[in-house]
Design a binder for this molecule. Structure first.
Ligand code: ATP
Ligand code: MG
Length: 346
């Protein structure tokens, strides 16, 4: 048995997830990711939450806007309930080990695997020749983000499932090629009604912070008027709500609004249908507006308060980066040693 196998620590449960500061936070990010970060934090398990600024620059970001978006994202985490004393919270670029392990994984991942990634196809669109190399390599860096901490659980939205599966493929190939049992098989955790919030303008497209149409999404910083206007204008159909959620299967826009309602109310879609069956959207939408404003307004108020002291946010991120590095550095060194890099210190 190789030394690496003998020294392989038992994989204790650890949660890692991240969000790109590629724009302002949306309701999709809140329901699919941040709200669940907070749930995991309440359990007796180490939680690491990152602002993945190196992923954000895979598409153009104005430097000043990137700084603001990173701080605002940190404010969003905290305002929604991520506690920097309990969870490790930092921006990715402060821990250089992400990029270093990312390179190793560029050499593990196969082109055939990368070519199957649907996010690249969606984001590069018809003009893939003009996309950055970073956008293509993104999933290998994401695998590094996760495996640098030997994370066992990754709470994400539905759209990231394929990337977490790729992370498992990379871990398995690395372990196999080097004859070690060093990286864990990470589980994507995709739970609840809010794992795929759709655009308010097009029920076949997911809500995204980088969508050019502001009307397609609810931003966490939108005030009550903006939320009301966007939900009122959200695309729907003229039919009333049916008895069961199943009956909405061919009505993607209606289905989306019911899903959002259930996720915000922390109830099941069946319970929402039981309450709302027979209502027209003219009745349902104002109820959804009230619920959304009730849940989101305290978060956006707290975000603006936190944004008044960016130096404090920077201190929190620097402190989180120190804690993250303390976990990441030995894992990277061990990886270097396994790979055969001279000078690796363990
Ligand atoms: P971008 O458009 O720049 O890719 P995004 O809104 O997709 O931004 P990401 O930073 O890529 O946000 O993703 C952060 C987390 O939010 C991931 O876990 C992702 O799965 C989740 N997420 C993103 N959009 C949605 C959505 N519409 N519904 C549920 N979860 C989502
Ligand atoms: Mg995304």
């Amino acid at each position: 048995m190789s030394e690496a196998v003998q020294n392989n620590p038992a994989f204790t449960q650890r949660v890692f997830s991240g969000i790109q500061p590629s724009g302002g936070l949306t309701l999709g990010n809140y329901l699919g990711a941040i709200k669940r970060f907070v749930d995991w934090q309440a359990r007796d398990i180490e939680t690491i939450y990152c602002m993945v600024d190196m992923h954000a620059i895979t598409v153009w970001q104005d430097p000043e806007a990137l700084r603001k978006q990173t701080r605002e994202l940190a404010a969003g985490y905290i305002a929604a309930g991520v506690d920097p004393a309990k969870s490790i919270m930092f921006n990715q670029s402060q821990v250089a080990e992400h990029a270093q392990l990312g390179w190793i994984f560029n050499c593990v991942a196969r082109l055939g695997w990368m070519n199957r990634m649907t996010q690249f196809k969606d984001k590069a669109g018809k003009n893939a020749e003009k996309a950055s190399l970073g956008l293509y390599a993104y999933p290998a860096l994401m695998a590094a983000d996760i495996l640098l901490y030997h994370a066992t659980h990754v709470p994400v939205g539905e759209d990231q499932k394929q990337h977490v599966e790729l992370t498992r493929d990379i871990a398995a190939k690395f372990n196999h090629d080097y004859g070690v049992d060093f990286f864990p098989m990470t589980d994507p955790v995709i739970e609840g009604a809010g794992t795929r919030v759709m655009s308010l303008r097009d029920g076949s497209k997911k809500m995204s912070k980088s969508d050019p149409s502001d009307a397609s999404r609810i931003n966490m910083t939108d005030d009550a008027d903006a939320i009301a206007k966007k939900i009122r204008k959200a695309k729907t159909d003229p039919e009333p709500l049916p008895e069961t959620f199943e009956a909405l299967k061919d009505r993607p826009e209606a289905r989306n609004l019911v899903n959002i309602y259930a996720a915000l109310a922390e109830t099941s879609t069946d319970a929402v249908m039981a309450e709302m069956a027979g209502k027209q959207f003219g009745e349902f939408k104002p109820l959804l507006v009230d619920l959304a404003v009730d849940r989101l307004a305290p978060i956006s108020t707290e975000m603006s308060r936190l944004m008044q002291d960016p130096a404090e946010i920077d201190r929190i991120l620097a402190g989180g980066a120190d804690r993250a590095r303390a976990i990441a550095a030995p894992i990277l060194q061990r990886t270097y040693e396994i790979v055969g890099m001279v000078g690796a210190r363990v």
